[in-house]
Ligand binder design. Structure first.
Ligand code: A2H
Length: 253
């Protein structure tokens, strides 16, 4: 972890009922996967969520009706944050692994796709954010390559019990134009750098650096309420709106 605290936005992705047997104890509650992002303005382009298959997660009660699924570490961090409204000792209603979450259908704020699915990504870190990541393959090289791998490799899907219909219908949704990279910056930069899979960490770090910088300084939104706005200007407004609507939570670590 860095020396500077990192401020994330936690996106509340609602798990659509009926719940599978592992989540039956949560029946009747509003259950969310909490995804940590630095790019709340990209939420229009969500195609899926990512979990680490062998990662440990828990379902934590945050008030009478709402439950957040995230790592225990993140639940504790959140509880100690003054304005989170999470009790200081959040109750874990059920312990889960990433495998238990794969295939869960979600409704996520601002997503153009009505339903997105929870899928495995092998590079998710459980000691960063919440251990849950929302996937925006148009603008995130990690997300683009992980989705590309799942689409291209039937054996990878089989290994994690991923059904074709959770992956194959989901195409990149262009949401931001960057003059140098077009409307699918992550795809363009991954192709330019000849990245072959989600495991090419060094090349992906370079791809992230390039897209992150240009997206922020030169990107323009091409969808949604802020269509035509510069990313830089829209970002804080979209973030505040998500938080005011109780669709997202401030989180730092
Ligand atoms: B970002 P930083 Cl469109 N493990 O959100 C791996 N990656 C994680 C994570 C974890 N536990 N928690 C969060 N992340 C991802 C959107 C996005 C992101 C876009 C473009 C770039 C980008 C959609 N995914 O991040 O190490 C999340 O993905 C580029 C760095 O704290 C989060 O923001 O700087 C970002 O990494 C946080 O990374």
């Amino acid at each position: 972890e860095g020396v500077q605290p990192q401020e994330y936005t936690l996106i509340k992705m609602e798990v659509v009922a009926p719940f599978p047997s592992k989540l039956k104890v949560l029946d009747g509650r509003k259950v969310f996967l909490a995804a940590a992002t630095l790019r709340p303005e990209t939420m229009y382009g969500q195609t899926n969520a990512w979990v680490l298959p062998d990662g440990k997660y828990g379902a934590f009660e945050i008030n009478e009706t709402e439950v957040l699924i995230l790592t225990q570490r993140a639940a504790l961090n959140l509880a100690y944050q003054k304005y989170s409204r999470v009790p200081e000792k959040p109750t874990c209603l059920v312990e889960l692994t990433g495998r238990d979450l794969i295939g869960l259908p979600l409704k996520s704020p601002r997503a153009i796709n009505q339903i997105i699915y929870t899928l495995p990504m092998l590079t998710v870190l459980t000691d960063k954010g919440t251990g849950i990541v929302t996937s925006v393959p148009a603008d995130s090289p990690d997300d683009y390559m992980a989705l590309h791998d799942l689409k291209a490799k039937p054996a990878l899907r089989a290994k994690y019990g991923v059904k074709d219909e959770w992956v194959m219908p989901f195409e990149i949704i262009p949401i931001i134009n960057i003059p140098e990279f077009g409307n699918k910056a992550a795809e363009k930069v991954c192709a330019d750098l000849k990245i072959k899979s989600q495991n090419e960490k060094e090349k992906l770090a370079e791809a992230k650096r390039l897209t992150y910088l240009k997206g922020f300084t030169e990107g323009t939104l091409i969808v949604g309420e802020f269509e035509g706005w510069k990313v830089q200007e829209a970002k804080p407004l979209i973030r505040s709106k998500l938080i005011e609507a109780n669709e997202a939570i401030v989180y730092s670590e």
